[in-house]
Design a protein around this ligand. Structure first.
Ligand SMILES: NC(=O)C1=CN([C@@H]2O[C@H](COP(=O)(O)OP(=O)(O)OC[C@H]3O[C@@H](n4cnc5c(N)ncnc54)[C@H](OP(=O)(O)O)[C@@H]3O)[C@@H](O)[C@H]2O)C=CC1
Ligand SMILES: Nc1nc(=O)c2c([nH]1)NC[C@@H]1CN(c3ccc(C(=O)N[C@@H](CCC(=O)O)C(=O)O)cc3)C=[N+]21
Ligand SMILES: [Mg+2]
Length: 292
């Protein structure tokens, strides 16, 4: 049996179209479109590509896109100054500071300086705490996109499933585990000190791979019929983009699997637009857009 391929690109296009519809209503009601500011420090070419594609997607959804570029050697206070300027700007509903940041800058200090109401990445400790305690939050885009794909794959019935999240970063692994717990999965978080990752993965109905190592998850680790969500984005020396899962092997065992590219990545960008719309509605006192 070969796995069903989960088409993240198509699901993301549908979400972006839904967001665009809500943006039209927002603009008619409020007299302006939601605004997203993306801050890029330095000239990392891969980051430059993401920032440009985010800007294009933002404009296509009818929102205002603001790009602020700072040189790589800037000091932390200059970045904090820019963040407070964006916090105070009424036309800006969402602020994303592209990570990673150069080593002279304390990323936690910068994230902590963003107004939690504009923190569309969901990285601020206030949003992480709200997610962990079940309060309304801005939820990190990549895990939210994964959850949307899973809810669709299981027709909303995730309760009681065994999920293993490989990776415990603040931006992917930890919030992913919180979201799965919120949908009543039994959640295991594996990381670099886990004694037998393969055994954990073999027991899972749902596998989330967020490690950053190509082919880390072997095909014979996958329980037959399991759903595999591959968050990894790894550039090989030959230029190919691959995930963290040995896709060719896993696709023969899994019940459903996300490809790279075309899986989680496009969902991340669509969820960023979704979060910007949600932040804008909350800031303007409008009801939450439904169906997103
Ligand atoms: N598709 C998308 O939209 C996005 C994709 N990504 C991609 O997802 C991947 C993960 O990103 P991110 O969470 O930021 O990465 P981090 O490097 O922050 O975290 C990697 C995690 O993997 C764990 N890990 C490393 N080696 C092993 C090992 N041998 N066994 C088990 N666990 C291990 C680490 O454990 P420990 O904590 O112990 O060090 C850590 O928790 C990357 O490929 C990244 O490019 C990221 C964001 C968005
Ligand atoms: N503050 C912050 N927030 C982020 O969300 C953030 C970040 N910093 N730093 C970098 C990572 C990475 N990330 C991706 C988003 C989309 C794709 C994506 O759309 N990928 C396409 C392929 C793109 C290509 O071909 O290069 C796909 O998987 O199909 C990938 C990676 C967001 N990140
Ligand atoms: Mg780490």
């Amino acid at each position: 049996m070969t796995a069903r391929i989960i088409d993240g690109k198509a699901r993301a296009a549908a979400l972006r179209a839904d967001v665009a519809g809500h943006v039209t209503h927002f603009a008619a009601r409020i007299g302006r479109a939601p605004g997203l500011a993306v801050v890029l420090v330095g000239e990392d070419p891969a980051s430059g590509v993401y920032v440009r594609s985010k800007g294009k997607a933002t404009r296509e959804a009818g929102m205002v896109s603001v790009e602020r570029r700072l040189p790589a050697d800037i000091d932390e206070w200059a970045l904090l100054e820019l963040v407070s300027e964006l916090n105070a700007d009424p036309a800006i509903d969402g602020i994303l500071v592209q990570l990673p940041l150069p080593s002279q800058i304390d990323a936690q200090a910068v994230i902590g300086a963003i107004d939690p109401a504009k923190d569309v990445d969901g990285f601020h400790p206030v949003n992480a705490g709200r997610l962990a305690t079940g309060l309304p939050a801005l939820v990190p885009c990549t895990p939210l996109g994964c959850l949307m794909l899973l809810r669709e794959a299981y027709d909303g019935k995730l309760a009681g499933l065994d999920a293993v999240v490989v990776g415990r970063s603040n931006i992917v692994g930890k919030p992913m585990a919180q979201l799965l717990l919120g949908d009543s999965c039994t959640v295991t978080i594996a990381h670099s000190r886990t004694r037998d990752v393969a055994a954990r993965v073999r027991s899972a109905d749902i596998v989330i791979a967020a490690v950053g190592i190509p082919h880390f998850i072997a095909g014979d680790w996958i329980k037959p019929g399991a759903t595999v969500i591959d968050v990894g984005i790894n550039r090989l020396p030959d230029g190919r983009l691959v995930g963290d899962v040995d896709y060719a092997a896993a696709v023969e065992v899994a019940g459903a699997i996300t490809p790279v590219p075309g899986g989680v990545g496009p969902m991340t960008i669509a969820c960023l637009l979704r979060n910007t719309l949600v932040a804008a509605c909350r800031r303007e006192g409008l009801p939450e857009p439904d169906g997103l």
